[in-house]
Design a protein around this ligand. Structure first.
Ligand code: OOG
Ligand code: NI
Length: 442
């Protein structure tokens, strides 16, 4: 009898294998990893209190392993299968992201662990986009793209078999887990040989660069892997010393004493040599898709906080968002995890008022890290130029979400519900530990 390898462990092994493969394929990614490790070490040394907070929330031990990646698939079947593959690694689709308003013909979700314990062990996330072929205007090109995609299988036979095994048996044993990681890695590998002619490729690029990237190759190569830095401004400034030219500005919220959501910066995609099939052998070409990115993660915002953020981003004025943890918490703008303090546990609580318990030092509130994405945050700036009407339309529920979930074969989880559940559970536990059994306020 052989025991199952825990899905968290399979995820960690896969994330490490993917990172090693990408480091070998894109050396600048290795340089970014080393830069981020140096900066994180410096930040932790200079800020012992901050390091302590990270250790308490379980984020210190995961930091050097922490990364996200992104792939773009071409068909509903590919999306459904990749969803099943991620499920083997304890990764669930969270949130729906429609990138059409940003001028990108895809919609997406992020596969990630959702349970706080699993997140603490390894929060590896993959942002996964599905091409929206219906947004290609030229009918002939659309048909050609659909046929090209229908001919490929982005999974190895071994990967398909092991996914089915995991589903049937409820897990994978050690040998199966190793093979699963190796087989699934093939789906993420770069292929320098295009599957379409140079002419078709050029027409796909003319329709949209991203359409060419999805349709022209054997598989959905990983297009970036992103380590988490504790000081993105320092990392951005230090990139040129490492021979990396970053984009000019950092996306997301400005630098703050109390970091919120996600700040990201990247370096431009590489120009890579590819070969197109042709009657007379191969034709040489170049493709730009793969890039490097770093991110700094801050606190997750509630729907109210997020609406304030979106507004602030559109107006480029963040003054309405308080830069103070207690103000964010009392205003219901950010999510927090509550814990009883030693003082609180030692003394008899004389109140069940949460704010009073915090003020007395009986309870502490620590910000919950944002585990999701802001891929259209740049588009918010763009939309603000279109006036309020266009923005309201962009925020309305998109019927494409239902189509996405149909393709995926399941609904995506609501990120806000996950943060709310974590906050509520921590509050209940805290009050119980203090001998108070008030029910959680809404
Ligand atoms: C994914 C872009 C989304 C992020 O960090 O927001 C993403 C892609 O370009 O395929 O990775
Ligand atoms: Ni990214």
């Amino acid at each position: 009898m052989s025991a199952f390898v825990h899905s968290d462990e399979i995820r960690s092994r896969f994330s490490a294998a993917l990172s090693a493969m990408y480091r070998a394929e894109v050396p600048q990614y290795g340089e970014l990893l080393s830069l981020v490790a140096d900066i994180n070490a410096r930040v932790l040394e200079a800020d012992p209190a901050g390091a302590n907070r990270l250790a308490n929330s379980g984020e210190l031990s995961r930091l050097s392993e922490e990364r996200h990646g992104a792939i773009r698939v071409g068909t509903a079947d590919e999306l459904a299968m990749i969803g099943r593959a991620f499920a083997v690694m304890g990764m669930t689709p969270v949130s729906y992201y429609n990138l059409a308003p940003a001028g990108v013909p895809v919609h997406s979700t992020a596969f990630r662990p959702v349970d706080p314990g699993a997140l603490a062990r390894n929060p590896f996330r993959v942002f996964c986009s599905l091409l929206r072929l219906e947004l290609i205007e030229d009918a002939a090109l659309r048909e050609e793209a659909a046929q090209t995609l229908a001919r490929r299988d982005i999974f190895t036979a071994g990967a398909r078999e092991l996914i089915a095994t995991a589903e049937t048996n409820g897990g994978l044993n050690a040998d199966q887990a190793d093979r699963f990681v190796a087989e699934l890695l093939e789906t993420f590998r770069w292929h320098a040989e295009a599957t379409v002619s140079a002419d078709t490729y050029a027409r796909l690029v003319a329709a949209h660069r991203l359409i060419a990237d999805v349709v022209s190759f054997k598989g959905p190569h990983i297009n970036h892997l992103t380590p988490r830095t504790l000081d993105i401004d320092a990392a951005q400034a230090a990139m040129p010393e490492r021979g990396i030219t970053p984009k000019e500005t950092i996306e997301g919220p400005p630098a703050r004493a109390c970091p919120i959501l996600l700040r990201q910066t990247s370096f431009k995609a590489l120009e890579e040599a590819i070969a197109f099939p042709s009657g007379e052998g191969a034709v040489a070409g170049v493709h730009t898709a793969r890039f490097g990115e770093i991110e700094q993660r801050g606190c997750a915002l509630t729907p109210t906080g997020r609406a304030l953020y979106d507004e602030a981003l559109a107006k480029k004025d963040f003054s309405a968002l308080p830069d103070d943890w207690e103000a964010l918490r009392r205003g219901g703008l950010a999510w927090f995890r509550y814990r009883p303090t030693l003082k609180g546990l030692a003394e008899r609580a004389e109140t069940d008022d949460l704010d009073a318990l915090i003020a007395q030092g009986a309870v502490m509130a620590e910000p919950i890290t944002y585990e999701d994405f802001l891929p259209v945050s740049a588009a918010g700036i763009f939309q603000s130029n279109l006036g309020a009407e266009a923005r309201a339309a962009a925020y309305a529920v998109d019927p494409a979400k239902a189509e996405f979930e149909q393709a995926l074969g399941r609904p995506v989880l609501d990120e806000m519900a996950l943060y709310q559940a974590e906050q509520d559970a921590s509050l209940t536990e805290t009050l119980t530990a203090l001998g108070l059994s008030r029910s959680v306020p809404a």
